[in-house]
Write a protein that binds this ligand. Structure first.
Ligand code: SAH
Length: 262
């Protein structure tokens, strides 16, 4: 029995895959990738004799069967997934039959599109004293959401939101955010195909304008919606310097500094 590796391909640019991920692709006897989301360039590390298949048109049972069967024949099998494999994939469902059959699995993290979108837009997801919490979420659709995780309740915290899988219903996202108390003037950033060479597009607008701007730009899929009081921090003329950089602020590792009171 071989080992099945769930490898994060990163958001699109092939050089954003981890070194470990590329090494496993080179070692793999078989690779199953999600063709609808993973850039083909990510397969450049596969060895010439490697069996490569696209799971785009497979159902869950077929993907499970494919991985199990290949694990019987190859020492290393890779399931290549977009971004980070632990977010919005079906890793647990795919791993269960492998676990039951005694096939060892490993997970290699990847750069999530949430991080890639922030980097593409030149933004930070946290800002000292402004927001220190990031929520990864989505609108419900085929995958229903737990009751306590409605976008309205999550958005009411006022912290950073990275909204996956929801760009096709951006109007609903906007309505939920307004219901949660976000101002129509709040800044929103949408990044389409973050880091994909030649295809990345960053749309910036207020909450009131973002849906129209996305439609005008033709952004209807594969996009990350970032909502945060930290957006635009670099442009703020009144931006206060964080206490983190203030010499008077006691810090654990600064000479003479004391840890902040709990
Ligand atoms: N595991 C992935 C998410 C898979 S769900 C990750 O960690 O990024 C697919 C959703 O991720 C898309 O609907 C979109 O919201 C987002 N996404 C994936 N790749 C993206 C990219 N390059 N740019 C912007 N959003 C992306």
């Amino acid at each position: 029995m071989g080992k099945v590796w769930f490898v994060g391909a990163g958001p699109g640019a092939p050089d954003l895959m981890t070194v470990r991920g590329t090494r496993l692709l080179a070692e793999a006897g078989a690779i199953l990738y999600t063709g609808s989301l993973v850039a083909k360039a990510a397969l450049q590390w596969a060895s010439p004799g490697c069996e490569i298949a696209d799971s785009k048109s497979m159902d869950l049972e077929q993907v499970r069967g494919w991985l199990l069967e290949r694990a019987r024949r190859h020492a290393t099998v890779v399931r290549l997934q977009t971004g980070d494999p632990t977010l919005y994939g079906v890793l647990a469902e795919l791993a269960r039959p492998l676990d039951a059959a005694g096939v060892p699995i490993g997970i290699v993290p990847g750069v999530s599109s949430a991080m890639a979108a922030a980097a593409a837009a030149g933004e930070c997801l946290t800002l000292p004293e402004v927001t220190q919490t990031v929520i990864f979420t989505r609108l419900s659709e085929r995958t229903s959401m737990p009751e306590t995780e409605s976008l309205i309740s999550l958005a009411s915290h006022g912290c950073t939101l990275c909204i996956f899988l929801s760009i096709d219903r951006i109007e609903t996202v906007v309505a939920r955010l307004e219901e949660a108390g976000w101002s129509p003037r709040a800044p929103v950033v949408v990044v389409h195909k973050a880091t994909w060479p030649g295809e990345e597009l960053v749309v910036r607008a207020t909450l009131a304008e973002i849906a129209r701007r996305c439609r005008e730009a033709g952004v209807e899929r594969q996009a990350m919606i970032l909502v945060s009081p930290a957006l635009g921090a670099r442009d703020r003329v009144d931006g206060k310097t964080s206490k983190l950089y203030d010499a008077a602020f006691p810090r654990r590792f600064r000479p003479g500094g004391r840890p902040p009171a709990a």
